[in-house]
Design a protein around this ligand. Structure first.
Ligand code: PDD
Length: 286
């Protein structure tokens, strides 16, 4: 089926949506993005994604393409036009097309490019792999220093994903100065003696919208949470591990660099948090 996508005010068949070769997103990776999941036709954590988009734009001095209310309307229209029950909506804003290549930012009144498209993933919340868990390897974190801004510079995370594939595992965890930062496209956690441990927020990691919700739900459920860095060795000795992101929710990790965690099956904390996250976030889905 040909998707209907959104480009700068128009809803178009995907084959007809065209962006200039001079677009700063194409030439400079001068763009930011968000991925919002859809469950039962509703948007999960939309306000959080909108708030983070606003922050990414302002950190880069990029104008907002439209209001949050307009963004919500576009998301909803795309869900409807593409008949999405479960899946994701990808949104990207770039600094637009200045008509030529230049390292300097174009004038502030250059129109940003706004693109959105849907990804249909029936049964997204029931992914079979969530029942078996992922295997990960560690790789050096060689990304830039502002990982708190959700930019479209995703080449190194793509390289890391390919390193994981070459090692016949599912994903990679980045390590910097001996400490885990996060996964290729997710935040990383371990659990030891019932305590959930995850790196604290800083410019070193993306401030995951799912992370914020999961930590809030965990604290509300009287689970202990410690926000601090951890090593791969500590992770390998943990009782369990998991990741979070908008597309995987809470997802168990059962092997790190060839070492099986616990029983090698998803642990009780990850399973419980996944259930709580899905239940609670569906209640506030819009
Ligand atoms: N990735 N860390 C990184 C590096 C990410 O790319 C992501 C999200 C996360 C989790 O953030 P959130 O919970 O807000 O999705 C953490 C998205 C899903 C992606 O690139 O497809």
């Amino acid at each position: 089926m040909t998707r209907t996508v959104y480009l700068n005010g128009d809803y178009l068949p995907e084959t007809e949506a065209k962006v200039s070769i001079f677009d700063r997103g194409f030439l400079m990776s001068d763009g930011v993005y968000e991925v919002t999941s859809v469950l039962g036709g509703k948007l999960i954590d939309f306000a959080g994604h909108c708030a983070r988009l606003g922050r990414s734009l302002s950190e880069l001095g990029m104008p907002a393409p439209c209001s949050d209310a307009e963004l919500l309307a576009i998301h909803r229209e795309l869900v409807q036009l593409n008949d999405i029950t479960d899946g994701m909506i990808y949104l990207q804003v770039t600094r637009g097309n200045p008509g030529d290549r230049d390292f300097a930012y174009p004038p502030a009144d250059t129109k940003p490019t706004l693109v959105l498209f849907t990804q249909n993933k029936p049964g997204l919340a029931d992914a079979p792999a969530a029942k078996t868990g992922w295997k990960v390897i560690s790789v050096a974190d060689e990304r830039w220093g502002r990982r708190d801004i959700k930019t479209t510079q995703l080449l190194y995370p793509s390289m890391a994903k390919m390193m994981a594939k070459a090692a016949h595992v599912d994903d990679a965890w980045f390590v910097e100065d001996g400490m885990v930062t996060e996964g290729t496209s997710n935040n990383a956690y371990i659990v030891k003696d019932g305590k959930i441990i995850t790196r604290q927020l800083s410019n070193d990691i993306l401030h995951g919208i799912t992370r914020a919700a999961v930590l809030r739900f965990a604290r509300e459920a009287q689970m202990e949470v410690e926000e601090r860095p951890f090593t791969i060795a500590e992770a390998q000795a943990a009782d369990e591990a998991f990741i979070t992101s908008a597309s995987t929710f809470v997802f168990p990790v059962v092997e790190i660099d060839g070492t099986t965690l616990g029983t090698g099956t998803p642990g009780p904390v990850a399973k419980r948090l996944r259930e709580i996250y899905l239940d609670e976030s569906l209640k506030t889905a819009i």
